[in-house]
Design a protein around this ligand. Structure first.
Ligand code: GLA
Length: 385
């Protein structure tokens, strides 16, 4: 939606002008999947696809939320913010407001219009973008100073404890702290981070959504978390570690006898994926995009065979990409079970890539994939009118 149109919509619905536009980004993850909640390093980047929140203080005791495309306004009483956990829409916002208030940030009554261009259920973290943009808007309207890493943690808490999806910190961190043309190498056990230029030479990243209907992703995600916790517990019987990410592949070989079946497979993925992140960052820094592409493929195979979070749609989409001679690698990103892939494709070959992969995907699956024009941007922006 164009800005003028959004401002008009705000005016028509709330009877006053917006004073702020706060935005937070959706994200991709170059590599490091399903390791953030195991203390591993991840390598995400913030996108031009964003959650835009137009905002003003309304002088009332309520937060009024309007979402683009949804006629009803959601109303949250700021004295009862603990009561909205089961809302289908507005629960992330309520969770962020609730936890900010709990720690002493004054929450002022306000009107918020959400124009989110991160496709929902795409694995590009629309939820994190909503949480972070909400945190920024609430702090801006209250006139309080805020730390973006802290807002990322508040967003994660809102999603895991308030809305019940036991997510790691990657998405909210990328959404809050992303930097134009860089990926963020984030150590999820310490929150130390480093920006690495996402320079791919003659290549670029193509983001494609397999468009599989959203189906029980949250519950399957929570099961994976339990499985790796089971693995950690068993390994700790024989080796002193705080997280699976501390194990090198060699260490893992020595202790894996205590694991069996799917628990062993899940842990093996985590350990190897952590190693791949190190290798991928080294490859990128050295300008070795071919090696980076190979590691992306390996990551996908591991998510498919060991972590089992891909499915026919994501496997088909990434396999079709891999068949292209101008594609160096392709993998699913995010939680999986649906959502997006990223592929490293020669810039001059992108149009043909989209045409062929899109066409063959439609033939194989029976509905279309979507391809997005993306760029890597700053995580958070704020404008005051
Ligand atoms: C989701 C979660 C993240 C992370 C990824 C998988 O996006 O929100 O915390 O666990 O899945 O890497």
């Amino acid at each position: 939606m164009e800005r003028q149109e959004a401002l008009k919509c705000f005016q028509e619905n709330f009877g006053a002008e917006a004073t702020h536009l706060c935005t937070a980004a959706g994200r991709i993850n170059v590599i490091g999947e399903h390791v953030d909640y195991c203390g591993g390093k991840v390598f995400p980047a913030a996108l031009n696809l964003r959650c835009n929140v137009y905002a003003r203080a309304n002088g009332l005791k309520v937060i009024r939320i309007l979402l683009r495309g949804i006629p009803e306004i959601i109303v949250l009483d700021i004295d009862m913010l603990d009561n909205y956990r089961s809302l289908k829409l507005g629960n992330y916002q309520a969770g962020v407001a609730y936890y900010l208030q709990q720690e002493g940030t004054p929450i002022v009554g306000c009107d918020l219009f959400y124009d989110c261009t991160v496709p929902f259920g795409s694995g590009l973290s629309s939820s994190a973008a909503i949480e972070v943009a909400t945190g920024v808007a609430l702090c801006e309207l209250a006139g309080v100073e805020y730390d973006k890493v802290h807002l990322a943690l508040i967003g994660q808490k809102a999603e895991s404890q308030y809305a019940g999806v036991n997510c790691g910190i990657m998405d909210q961190f990328a959404s809050a702290m992303g930097k134009k043309d860089h990926a963020v190498l984030l150590d999820c056990s310490t929150l130390e981070y480093e920006y690495v230029p996402l320079k791919l030479g003659a290549y670029c990243l193509v983001v494609a959504n397999c468009n599989k209907p959203h189906n029980l992703v949250e519950s399957k995600y929570n099961i994976r978390r339990q499985e790796v916790e089971t693995a950690l517990k068993a390994i700790r019987e024989v080796k002193q570690i705080n997280s699976l990410a501390e194990l090198t592949p060699q260490d893992f070989n020595e202790v894996k006898y205590v694991l069996s079946g799917i628990i062993a497979k899940r842990a093996e993925h985590v350990v190897e994926e952590c190693q791949r992140v190190k290798d991928a960052v080294a490859a990128l820094k050295a300008g070795d995009i071919v090696e980076l592409g190979r590691l992306l493929n390996e990551s996908h195979y591991s998510l498919r065979d060991l972590y089992e979070v891909t499915g026919r749609e994501l496997d088909t989409l990434s396999a079709l990409a891999r068949k292209e001679k101008d594609c160096l690698g392709s993998r699913m990103i995010g939680a999986g079970f649906g959502g997006c892939t990223i592929s490293i494709v020669k810039k001059t070959a992108v149009d043909g890539f989209i045409k062929r992969v899109g066409g063959a995907y439609y033939e194989a699956i029976g509905y279309k994939a979507s391809f997005y024009e993306t760029s890597i941007e700053d995580g958070v922006t704020v404008e005051k009118f």
